[in-house]
Design a protein around this ligand. Structure first.
Ligand code: G1P
Ligand code: ZN
Length: 564
């Protein structure tokens, strides 16, 4: 097989190649348009920070969805023409998002391109996505994604080499094509080795052997994590094959929505209840999200990260070796982790939505464990959130607590946690694929309230007014100044904060591919009421949120698509 010399192809810009919260996501048919994928890939190479693509090593892989393999070939052809010297590619184009981050770091690559639309449905009729990660293994920061977007708007030509036939992605090993090399790697190996060094696998194995009543059910949702789950849960930790469900990656995720939440992971939720499973867990299409559930409890992701932070130094070898240097959460995530930070004398950072905002803090050694309410949990072992990491963290904690409490359960662990810290009740309402114009108008109207201050005592505003018994103390549009590079990200979400620290937050999703998605986040802290149904505890604030935003009028929806 041979590659031609680079040639240039005339092209014109496409509208809307603006990377969102996590890369460029569009329908597959959009990416299939002539020049569309080439343009965007060329823009990545044009914008690649100094020293640029010349002689660089690039990691490439994706979540196994439809069009991944085609896009890998395009990246090879455009990348080689732009000077990439070596491509490290997961076998069959497969790499989970956390594994890609791990591979970039371990092999000291100059960056990576991850092919995924995460938890969005896949297949010819559905979504595809392309995301660029930097040499630290983390998503490109806004400065770089802005440059990529600018490059997509100015593009007139892209460079490609022609291959005599597509590169065979199925055979592990290195092949040279003259000016560049392609190495096909086992997508799972580096990642498993990393996790085995982080957690106490022996402790988990012993707990499993000594506690036959403990059962695990891991649902890969037909996404990329199936092979990772099999290697770790079955081959390494010794759980039975029957602990795995939907663990073969499918190009269309079996026609379902590979998002680990109570709505889309309903098969897991039902099986956990029916089969009385001790720990049920799922990961999303590309493997960076996770859900933790059991026969007696659903763990809210905001609580999950706080719990892991609480136990990290007590039983997770990686943190016992390296220490915990700081904690963080995205702004809408509940403040449970703040309580752990205060108790343990750690810094806690509040960043905008999106994992990319954690990277600078980690690189500066100021952040060890962080999470988002959107089922994202992780640490500084890589620069992406990590679904399987969170699930193994839970196994490690359960096994640790099980040493002194033979009746340990997910629920007992959470109740012990609430007894120490109190409980941050949290829920999120999503209204998916609503009319964009109505959603923008609703947000603009809320933004106008943010100009309102107690000093202004604006009679038409919200501050000082009471809703369902809660009095508004402050309204703002969240703005973040990165403590490391001092970059400012504004307009990150409308916050209505009440005088008892309860919060209602509104923002528009940056990951959808069709219409707009409105997210409403609701939180209330209670030190006494530790075991009330979340929706009951938050009903008055939900009513207040709908009333204040006039959501039903603006987007014409009675009910949310998903409640978490
Ligand atoms: C969503 C989540 C956000 C997460 C992102 C990528 O973004 O809310 O926390 O980082 O997906 O997984 P959104 O659609 O809200 O912009
Ligand atoms: Zn994902």
């Amino acid at each position: 097989m041979t590659a031609s010399a680079a040639r240039r192809v005339q092209t014109t810009p496409f509208e809307g190649q603006k990377p969102g919260t996590s890369g460029l996501r569009k329908r597959v048919v959009v990416f299939q348009q002539e020049h569309y994928t080439e343009n965007f890939v060329q823009a990545i190479f044009t914008a690649m920070p100094s020293p640029g693509p010349q002689d660089a090593t690039l990691v490439v892989g994706g979540d196994g969805r439809y069009f991944v393999k085609d896009a890998v070939q395009t990246i090879i052809r455009v990348g080689a023409a732009n000077g990439i010297a070596k491509f490290i590619i997961g076998q069959d184009g497969i790499l989970s998002t956390p594994a890609a981050s791990a591979v970039i770091r371990k092999r000291q690559a100059d960056g990576g391109i991850i092919l995924t639309a995460s938890h969005n449905p896949g297949g010819p009729e559905n979504d595809f996505g392309i995301k660029y990660n930097m040499r630290n293994g983390g998503p490109a920061p806004e400065s770089v994604t802005d440059d990529i977007y600018a490059a997509t708007r100015n593009i007139t030509k892209y460079s490609v080499v022609d291959m005599s036939e597509p590169v065979d992605l199925s055979v592990i090993g290195t092949r040279s094509f003259g000016n560049f090399e392609v190495e096909i790697i086992d997508p799972v190996e580096d990642y498993v080795e990393l996790l085995a060094g982080i957690f106490d696998f022996d402790l988990i194995r012993r707990f499993r052997e000594q506690t036959p009543s403990f059962s695990l059910l891991f649902d890969g949702l037909n996404g990329v994590t199936g092979p990772y789950g099999r290697r770790i849960f079955v081959d390494e930790l010794g759980f039975a094959d029957s602990s795995l469900d939907q663990c073969t990656p499918l190009e269309d995720f079996g026609g379902s929505h590979p998002d680990p939440n109570l709505t889309y992971a309903h098969k897991l939720v039902e099986r956990v209840a029916r089969e009385n499973i001790s720990l049920g867990a799922a990961s999303d299409g590309d493997g960076d999200r996770n859900m933790i559930i059991s026969n007696d409890c659903f763990v809210n992701p905001s609580d999950s990260v706080a719990l892991i932070a609480h136990y990290a130094m007590e039983c997770i070898p990686y943190f016992q070796r390296n220490g915990v240097h700081g904690l963080a959460r995205s702004m809408p995530t509940s403040c449970a982790i703040d309580r752990v930070a205060h108790a343990k004398g750690l810094d806690v950072f509040e960043v905008p939505t999106g994992w990319k905002f954690f990277g600078n803090l980690m690189d500066a050694g100021r952040l060890s464990i962080c999470g988002e309410e959107s089922f994202g949990t992780g640490s500084d072992h890589i620069r992406e959130k990590d679904g399987i990491w969170a699930i193994v963290a839970w196994l490690n904690i359960i096994a640790h607590v099980g040493q002194t409490n033979p009746d340990v359960s997910v629920r007992s662990i959470m109740q012990d946690f609430y007894a120490i810290y109190g409980r941050n009740y949290f829920t999120r309402y999503d209204y998916e694929e609503v009319d964009s114009e109505g959603a923008s108008k609703m947000i603009d109207r809320l933004r106008a309230f943010a100009a309102d201050t107690p000093a202004a005592n604006n009679a038409s505003g919200l501050v000082g007014k009471s809703f369902s018994g809660y009095t508004v103390a402050k309204v703002d549009d969240f703005e973040y100044t990165d403590p490391i590079d001092h970059s400012v990200s504004s307009r990150q979400g409308l916050r209505i904060i009440f005088d008892d620290s309860s919060r209602i937050i509104f923002r528009l999703s940056g990951t959808g591919s069709q219409g707009a998605t409105v997210r409403i986040y609701i939180e209330r802290y209670d030190q006494e009421l530790l075991d009330v149904d979340t929706q009951v505890a938050l009903k008055p604030l939900v009513d207040a949120a709908l009333h204040i935003s006039q959501l039903k009028e603006f987007v014409n929806r009675e009910e949310p698509t998903v409640i978490t």
